[in-house]
Design a protein around this ligand. Structure first.
Ligand code: DX5
Ligand code: ZN
Length: 239
């Protein structure tokens, strides 16, 4: 890594389980477990069967789980026309809403509709979408999510080239002196999480690696420990 991150330039890691891979028969229990094990937020994929070739769940599920845990909710709108369900999503208790930059020529309008209701907003980019798409509103964003698999399904392998994208993005943020959360979504494993942190991402979204394990709490703690230890090594090396 050629960049020189200082603590003020590299936000600390956050572990964010994605409920897409959870056992839907007992979602309440599953989310309570990850919160207890130290998950920093929860990730929800709302899919419409158009923007991605899969249908998951809507804001009702987010609302129901809001009563179970108190960690922040990160809602990933993998839908065309996100405007249609923005209000419902906000009312469901979302703390951060991520919209895809590929879905609309009116991204400013979407961004403003989220922010004017006092909710944080983030942009999500598919693997082949260039970073330049967010260049002119980056300062307005609370988070940028980089998809590291083709969106729509859990349990896929991370596209290795995406590590270059994360690195390029963190480097450009450091150059511009912007401290921003970079989220990675898709194919995060115990084996690659350190490389992801080293590349410069800090919001670690993981579905299968957490909810696909026998012991969900242990998996959460293990992923968090790997990420935090790697982060500490990077920071202490460059301090
Ligand atoms: C994928 C979704 C992810 C998914 C990740 O399209 O956006 O949030 O849950 O699942 P894993 O971690 O299994 O790749
Ligand atoms: Zn997602």
């Amino acid at each position: 890594m050629t960049m020189v991150p200082k603590k003020s330039q590299l936000p600390p890691p956050k572990i964010v389980p994605s409920i897409l891979s959870a056992d839907f028969r007992k979602l309440g229990e599953e989310v309570r477990k990850v919160e207890k094990a130290g998950a920093d937020m929860l990730h929800f994929d709302i899919m419409d069967g158009h923007f991605v070739p899969n249908i998951s769940f809507g804001p009702m599920v987010v609302k129901a789980l809001r009563k179970e845990v108190s960690i922040p909710f990160l809602v990933h709108l993998m839908v065309e026309n996100p405007e249609v369900i923005l209000d419902q999503t906000i009312d469901s208790g979302a703390d951060i809403i991520l919209f895809h930059v590929e879905v609309s020529p009116h991204l400013w309008r979407i961004l403003e509709s989220i922010k004017e209701r006092g909710v944080k907003a983030g942009a999500a980019l598919n693997p082949s979408t260039p970073l330049s798409t967010i260049e002119y509103f980056i300062e307005e964003l609370d988070m940028v999510l980089l998809m590291t698999v083709n969106p729509g399904f859990g349990g896929q392998r991370l596209i290795p080239k995406m590590l270059d994208k994360i690195r390029d993005f963190r480097r450009s943020l450091i150059e511009k002196k912007i401290m921003l959360d970079i989220a990675v979504d898709g194919g995060v494993t115990f084996e690659n999480v350190e490389d992801i942190i080293e590349a410069g991402a800090n919001v670690i979204i993981a579905g299968t690696t957490i909810f696909g394990q026998e012991d969900v709490e242990e998996a959460t703690r293990r992923l968090k420990k790997l990420a935090e230890e790697k982060y500490s090594r990077i920071i202490s090396f460059y301090l």
